[in-house]
Design a protein around this ligand. Structure first.
Ligand SMILES: Cc1cc2nc3c(=O)[nH]c(=O)nc-3n(C[C@H](O)[C@H](O)[C@H](O)COP(=O)(O)OP(=O)(O)OC[C@H]3O[C@@H](n4cnc5c(N)ncnc54)[C@H](O)[C@@H]3O)c2cc1C
Length: 463
C-alpha cells in the first residue's frame, strides 16, 4: 500500500512535476460554487487519456481516493475532495479536436469551456444548444457529469441529449468507449447514459463526441409582465398548447422583482411575475410564432414588449442581473434547483411564498419555467443556517409530493446528499449503489457524494 508521497514519486516523472501540485498550489482546487471547501492532498493535471489512465491505475492500486474536476462551477460540491481525495483537474485537456459539419458532430476534450464548444459549433454554421448560465466558466466534461440543463432545455433538452459517445477511464485505470458516432445505437446496455449525470462517481471522461443541430436563422425575445406567477405559468402553458414552444422561457417571481427594483432595474408597476421568452427558427416561422404567442400572452399580461438583436440583449440582462443582486443581500445564499411537473409550478411558487411568510426567511424564486426547474434562493445570515436547512427540507418534501425532484440540474453532490433518500426509494438507491460498485468496487472515485452521502458530521467539518 503506497501513500501520497509514494504515488507522486511515480506520477511526477510521467506527467511532469509542474503537473503535480502540492502545498499552497492546491488551494484553488478546494471548493466549487457551493461555497464550502476541503483541501486535497495533491492535484494532478493530466494532458492526455494515457495520463488519466496512469493516474487512476496508480491511485487505485494504492487504495487512494480521487475526484475529477472540470472548472469548479458546480453548485452542489460535486468536485470537492471529500475524504482527502486527490483532485484530477481536466483544465489542460481543453481541445476542440474536430468539428464535422457534414456529420453534425464535434469531438472535444472534457476540459473545453462550454462557450468554446458553442463558438466552434457556430463557426461551422451549426449550434450546440445546451446553455447553462455558466457557459463562459464551466467545462463540457462537467456538463456531461452533471447532465447540465440551463436556459434552452424547454425546446432543445439537456446535455445528455447531445452526447453521442464518450471515451472514459474507469476508476482502476482501464479505458473504454461508450456509445458511437451512430445516431441510433442499441447495441448492449446504454452505459453512456449511466455515466452522463453520474456526478463523476463512475468514470473519468476523457473525450466527448457531441451532436450538433442546424443554427436557427432568426430569434425574437418577448418580455411579458403579469400581476401573479399563476398567470405567467398559465399563459406559457396556453402558448405551448397552441404549438409555440419557446427556446427559452425564464420566470422571475415577485420577491426577485422586488429585489431587482431595489437594485435599480425598471420593473413594471404592480408586476408579480416576469416571463422572458426566446423564440428561434426560420425567419417566417419566428414571425408567425411571435404573433401567435403575443396574442395568447396579452390575454393575461399587464404589459408586453418584444425585441430582437441588441434590444433583446438588454431584456435578457434583467435575468443576468438577478444572481448578483441576490448575492448582495445577505452573507449566505442557498440556491436550490428543484424541478416540478409543468402544471404544478404555480403551486410550488405559492408554497415558497408561504414558507417565507411562516419562517421570516428571505426566499426568492426564479427559474426555467418551460421545464419546471425553479431556483429557490434562501438569502440568510450565518445564524439562520439551521432554520434555512429545516425550510429546505420542507421544500424538498413538498416538491417530491408534487411529483418533482430535489435537483433538476445541479446534482446531489455533497450539498443534497443528506436528502437523497427523500427522492430515491431504498430499492432504487440499492440498485444505484450496485451500479457504482460494478464501475468502482473499491469506492475510490469521488467518495462521499450523492449515493453514499457524506460520513456523519463531514459536511459540518467543511470550511
Ligand atoms: C453562475 C452560474 C450559473 C450556472 N447555471 C447553471 C445552469 O443554468 N444550468 C446548470 O445545469 N448548471 C448551472 N450551473 C452549475 C455548473 O456550472 C454546472 O453544474 C456545470 O456543469 C459544472 O461544470 P464544471 O466544469 O464547473 O464542473 P465541476 O464543478 O468542476 O464538477 C462538477 C462535477 O463533474 C465531475 N466532473 C468534472 N469533469 C469530469 C470529467 N472529465 N469526468 C468525470 N467527471 C467529471 C466532478 O467530479 C463533479 O462531480 C451554474 C453555475 C454558476 C456558477
Amino acid at each position: 500500500m503506497r501513500d501520497w508521497q509514494g504515488v507522486t514519486k511515480i506520477l511526477g516523472p510521467v506527467l511532469g512535476w509542474d503537473r503535480v501540485l502540492r502545498g499552497a498550489a492546491v488551494e484553488p482546487y478546494a471548493a466549487d460554487r457551493w461555497g464550502r471547501s476541503a483541501l486535497p492532498p495533491v492535484v494532478f493535471v493530466p494532458q492526455s487519456q494515457d495520463h488519466v489512465s496512469m493516474i487512476a491505475r496508480t491511485l487505485y492500486e494504492a487504495g487512494l481516493p480521487f475526484v475529477a474536476r472540470g472548472r469548479g462551477t458546480g453548485m452542489s460540491g460535486g468536485a470537492l475532495p471529500m475524504g482527502r481525495a486527490a483532485v484530477i483537474s481536466f483544465e489542460k485537456m481543453d481541445r476542440i479536436i474536430e468539428v464535422r459539419p457534414d456529420a453534425f458532430e464535434m469531438t472535444v476534450e472534457p476540459g473545453a469551456l462550454l462557450s468554446s464548444v458553442q463558438a466552434a459549433a457556430a463557426r461551422a454554421g451549426l449550434m450546440y444548444p445546451p446553455d447553462p448560465a455558466s457557459a463562459d466558466e464551466c467545462s463540457i466534461g462537467g456538463n456531461v457529469a452533471e447532465n447540465a440543463g440551463g436556459l434552452s432545455c424547454v425546446k432543445y433538452g439537456v446535455t445528455g441529449e447531445y452526447v453521442l459517445a464518450l471515451d472514459v477511464v474507469l476508476p482502476d485505470g482501464r479505458c473504454c468507449s461508450l456509445g458511437s458516432h451512430a445516431r441510433k445505437d442499441v447495441a448492449g446496455l446504454d452505459l453512456k447514459r449511466l455515466v452522463i449525470g453520474s456526478e463523476g462517481m463512475l468514470a473519468l471522461v476523457t473525450q466527448i463526441v457531441l451532436r450538433l443541430v442546424p443554427r436557427p436563422a432568426a430569434e425574437a425575445t418577448i418580455c411579458c409582465w403579469f400581476a401573479e406567477a399563476d398567470q405567467a405559468v398559465a399563459a406559457l402553458q396556453g402558448m405551448m398548447q397552441a404549438g409555440v414552444v419557446p427556446a427559452r422561457a425564464e420566470l422571475i417571481a415577485r420577491e426577485c422583482l422586488r429585489i431587482l427594483a431595489e437594485d435599480g432595474v425598471a420593473v413594471h408597476p404592480g408586476a408579480g411575475a416576469l416571463l422572458l421568452l426566446g423564440l428561434d427558427g426560420t425567419v417566417s416561422g419566428v414571425r408567425d410564432e411571435q404573433a401567435r404567442a403575443e396574442e395568447i400572452l396579452r390575454r393575461q399580461a399587464l404589459a408586453l414588449e418584444a425585441a430582437s438583436g441588441e434590444q433583446a440583449e438588454v431584456l435578457w440582462k434583467i435575468r443576468s442581473a438577478l444572481s448578483p443582486a441576490l448575492k448582495k443581500l445577505a452573507p449566505m445564499k442557498i440556491n436550490e434547483d428543484i424541478a416540478v411537473p409543468l402544471d404544478r409550478q404555480a403551486e410550488c411558487i405559492r408554497f415558497t411564498e408561504n414558507l417565507a411568510a411562516r419562517t421570516g426567511l428571505m426566499i426568492a424564486v426564479f427559474g426555467h419555467a418551460g421545464d419546471g426547474n425553479l431556483h429557490v434562493n434562501f438569502m440568510i445570515r450565518p445564524e439562520q443556517r439551521k432554520e434555512a436547512e429545516q425550510a429546505v427540507e420542507l421544500l424538498f418534501a413538498e416538491v417530491v409530493r408534487l411529483g418533482g425532484t430535489i435537483t433538476g440540474e445541479h446534482g446531489i453532490g455533497v450539498a443534497k446528499a443528506p436528502w437523497a433518500g427523500l427522492r430515491l426509494d431504498p430499492v432504487t438507491l440499492a440498485l444505484c449503489r450496485a451500479v457504482k460498485s460494478a464501475f468502482d468496487p473499491k469506492g475510490l472515485c469521488n467518495p462521499g457524494k450523492a449515493l453514499y452521502g457524506p460520513v456523519e458530521g463531514e459536511i459540518s467539518r467543511l470550511v
